[in-house]
Ligand binder design. Structure first.
Ligand SMILES: [Zn+2]
Length: 82
């Protein structure tokens, strides 16, 4: 399992994926136009992705511990118009 963020770059109108375990000290830049996310926000995103991954892992553990707990996994999407 891997946690991935789909990032929309409004500078060049492309989208790209960023994996939680991508090395590089937490910096995130658009691979198309090299626009850089503010480092503090990139770090917050990394924390969010880690928490998301941990929650899904916990859900798998609850389901797999023999209690009959149903398995759920969740993804996060922002909806609405920018
Ligand atoms: Zn871009």
């Amino acid at each position: 399992m891997a946690t991935v963020a789909k990032i929309r770059c409004f500078s060049c109108k492309n989208s790209f994926e960023h994996y939680c375990n991508t090395p590089g000290g937490g910096g995130i830049a658009c691979p198309f136009c090299y626009a850089v996310l503010p480092s503090n926000i990139a770090q917050q995103m990394r924390y969010s992705m880690i928490i998301h991954a941990e929650d899904n892992r916990s859900l798998r553990e609850y389901s797999g511990n023999g209690t009959g707990t149903p398995l759920f996994q969740f993804d996060l999407l922002e909806v609405g118009k920018k």
